[in-house]
Design a protein around this ligand. Structure first.
Ligand code: G3P
Length: 262
C-alpha cells in the first residue's frame, strides 16, 4: 500500500496498488468465517481476508457474521448468549455443505495464529458486540489478541458502529481503521468529512452506494476506499476503473484474475 497511507502491510502482494480481499474468507467455496474459508483465501493468494467479530457471553472474541447462530449452526440464539465452551460444541460447516461438516466455531486468536506473514486481516467488529464501555470491551480485547499474535502491522479494523472508531482512537490511534458507511450515524456528512471527523484511514461502502460525487470526494482527498461485496466480473472491472483501493469478494480467485488481466 502507499507509503503515505496508514494501511496494513500486505504479507502477500500482487505488486500493484489494488487490494484483493476475501470476504468472510473465500466464502463462495467454503462456509463463511471459518478456518476452511480463510485457509482457502490464503491458498488463492488473496491479499487480505475480511472477518466478522462478535463476543461470547464469557467475553471471548469469536468470528461470526450474524447476531445469532441460527443461520450457520444447528442451534439458535444470540451469539452473546453462549459461552465459548458452548459455541465450541456447535459446528459451522454443514449448513453450507456436508463436505464441511464438523467445521469448528473459530475464535479471533485461532485465526490470527495462522495469518501472520501470510495474509492481512480486516477485522469488522459487529454492532451487537460493541458497548459504550471502552475498558474490557470488544475493541480492547481484539487489540490485545492482535498484539499477542504479533500482527499489529497486518491488520485493519472496521465497523458500521462508529463508536468503534472512537474507541480505537483512544486505545491505539496508530492502528489502521476504516469506517463502514452507515447512514443514520453519518448526519449527511460526505465521505471525506466522515473520515476527518472519525480520524480514520479509509472509507468502506457497498458498490450500490458508491455515487459519482462520493468517488470525486474520495479521490480528490486521496482517501483509500474499499468496496463490498462484488462477485461478478463486470462490476469488479467497473469498481476498479472508479479508483477503488480494494474490493471485498466471496470469489477472491476471480477478482485476482480480473486485476491481473486489466
Ligand atoms: O466489511 C465489508 C462487508 O463485509 C460489510 O458487509 O454485511 O458482509 O458485514 P457485511
Amino acid at each position: 500500500m502507499s507509503q503515505e497511507s496508514n494501511l496494513p502491510e500486505l504479507p502477500v502482494t500482487n505488486n500493484d496498488s489494488f487490494v484483493v480481499i476475501a470476504h468472510r474468507g473465500a466464502s463462495f467455496y467454503a462456509p463463511e468465517n471459518t478456518h476452511s474459508a480463510f485457509k482457502l483465501a490464503i491458498e488463492m493468494k488473496a491479499e487480505m481476508i475480511e472477518l466478522d467479530l462478535s463476543i461470547t457471553k464469557d467475553g471471548v472474541p469469536v468470528v461470526i457474521h450474524d447476531e445469532t447462530v441460527d443461520r450457520t449452526t444447528s442451534a439458535s440464539g444470540n451469539v452473546g448468549g453462549f459461552t465459548l465452551e458452548e459455541l465450541k460444541k456447535l459446528e459451522t460447516g454443514s449448513w453450507f455443505s456436508n463436505d464441511f461438516r464438523g467445521e469448528p466455531f473459530p475464535t479471533l486468536a485461532e485465526v490470527l495464529a495462522y495469518t501472520k506473514d501470510k495474509i492481512a486481516v480486516n477485522i469488522e467488529i459487529k454492532t451487537e458486540a460493541v458497548s459504550s464501555e471502552i475498558n474490557n470491551g470488544i475493541v480492547e480485547k481484539a487489540l490485545r489478541i492482535v498484539k499477542e499474535a504479533g500482527v499489529e502491522n497486518q491488520v485493519i479494523f472496521s465497523s458500521f458502529d462508529y463508536r468503534v472508531m472512537e474507541h480505537l482512537e483512544k486505545l491505539n490511534p496508530d492502528m489502521p481503521k476504516a469506517i463502514l458507511y452507515e447512514k443514520r450515524q453519518s448526519e449527511n456528512l460526505s465521505p471525506s468529512e466522515l473520515v476527518e471527523k472519525y480520524k480514520v484511514d479509509a472509507f468502506n461502502c457497498s458498490y450500490r452506494q458508491l455515487s459519482d460525487s462520493w468517488i470525486e470526494d474520495l479521490s480528490s482527498n486521496n482517501i483509500p476506499f474499499f468496496i463490498y461485496t462484488v462477485n461478478d466480473e463486470e462490476t469488479m472491472k467497473s469498481i476498479i476503473a472508479k479508483g477503488a483501493t480494494g474490493i471485498f469478494s466471496d470469489k477472491p480467485d476471480i477478482l485476482k484474475q480480473v486485476v491481473e488481466n486489466l
